[in-house]
Write a protein that binds this ligand. Structure first.
Ligand code: GDP
Ligand code: MG
Length: 308
């Protein structure tokens, strides 16, 4: 006999459903892969390392499968409190995962030491299935790739070793099918049309941060945080979004704003366009720059900014 609850609902059927944490060093292509898998630009991507600071959750719904991807900050040795918080976020994602997708940049020399270290430290006692994705194969020659794959297979660390190009969507479909095999059986955790659980304002702040990472150099992007202070949906007219860009010093504020406010205006325009695409509606975006000295090193400040 079929069960029903007091609302007359049938229990959800079991399917392949679980969490896949994407982990690796900064800049290997984790966020690019996440976006490619979901066919949506959910995670911000820039050529600079440490663009991703929070865990970004993306849900891939396919027949009989719900894979919940966790895009994470790249693993580094932290040097200030913000980076310590970022590493905690990465660690928690690894702990929550049913499958670990470890990603390396096939064109980088530093990866094999990183993998050895990872298995010696954080993954020493982990029995979660681990898959290795060797990314950026679009920049590699076959004679380089095959021995590399072989060496990683021989470590015995991984259930599977898969070469991909996240950027060119090469091998991604095959990798997805492999990942699915290792997901546990569960009733679905999210409705079938869900894409994420993070609120719109998180992604709006991320889009603004992406533009800052793309447009400024050196310390400015790393000294910047974005807070959405007001997000007002309006019946008539465009939604109003007021964002505060926090920096650590007056000199950074001056750079962000630029001569006659030109630089900030450019950030506002490019961010607004992407925000409108993401939300699929028009918005009015207001940007303000504020100095909060040493916010990256201040635990209380970091907590108030959502790094827990
Ligand atoms: P993350 O820090 O690991 O999240 O890396 P991102 O996804 O932000 O990507 C970092 C940089 O690598 C960006 O400039 C991407 O365009 C680039 N990238 C990502 N995947 C590939 C790939 O498969 N091939 C190449 N050539 N570049 C890639
Ligand atoms: Mg990233």
């Amino acid at each position: 006999m079929n069960e029903t609850n007091n609302l007359g609902e049938q229990p959800s059927a079991m399917m392949r459903c679980g969490y896949v944490a994407i982990i690796g060093r900064p800049n290997v292509g984790k966020s690019t892969l996440m976006n490619q898998l979901l066919h949506v630009k959910l995670s911000i991507v820039t050529p600079k390392p440490q663009t991703t600071r929070q865990r970004v959750l993306g849900i891939l719904n396919e027949p009989d499968t719900q894979a919940i991807f966790l895009d994470t900050p790249g693993l580094i040795a932290p040097q200030y409190a913000l980076q310590t918080a970022m590493m905690k976020i990465a660690d928690q994602s690894m702990e929550a995962a049913d499958v670990l997708l470890i990603m390396i940049d096939g064109t980088s020399k530093a990866e094999s030491d990183f993998v050895q270290e990872l298995f010696k430290t954080k993954l020493l006692h982990s029995d979660i299935p681990k898959i290795l994705a060797i990314n950026k194969v679009d920049r590699m020659a076959k004679p380089e790739l095959l021995p590399m794959m072989d060496a990683y297979i021989k470590t015995g660390f991984f259930k599977e070793v898969i070469p991909i190009s996240a950027l060119e969507n090469d091998g991604v479909e095959q990798m997805k099918q492999v990942l699915f095999k290792y997901l546990p059986l569960n009733p679905p955790f999210y409705p079938p049309d869900a894409l994420t659980e993070q609120p719109e304002r998180f992604f709006v702040a991320e889009i603004i941060r992406e533009k800052i990472f793309l447009h400024y150099t050196q310390e400015v992007p790393y000294s910047t945080e974005v807070v959405i202070e007001e997000f007002k949906e309006r019946e008539r007219g465009k939604d109003l979004i007021r964002a505060i860009i926090i920096v650590e010093r007056d000199s950074q504020k001056a750079i962000l704003i630029g001569k006659k406010g030109e630089a900030l205006k450019r950030i506002g325009e490019t961010a607004r366009k992407d925000i409108e695409t993401f939300l699929d509606r028009q918005v009015f975006l207001e940007l303000w720059v504020k100095v909060k000295e040493e916010w990256r090193s201040n635990d209380a400040m970091l907590r108030s900014l959502g790094y827990r």
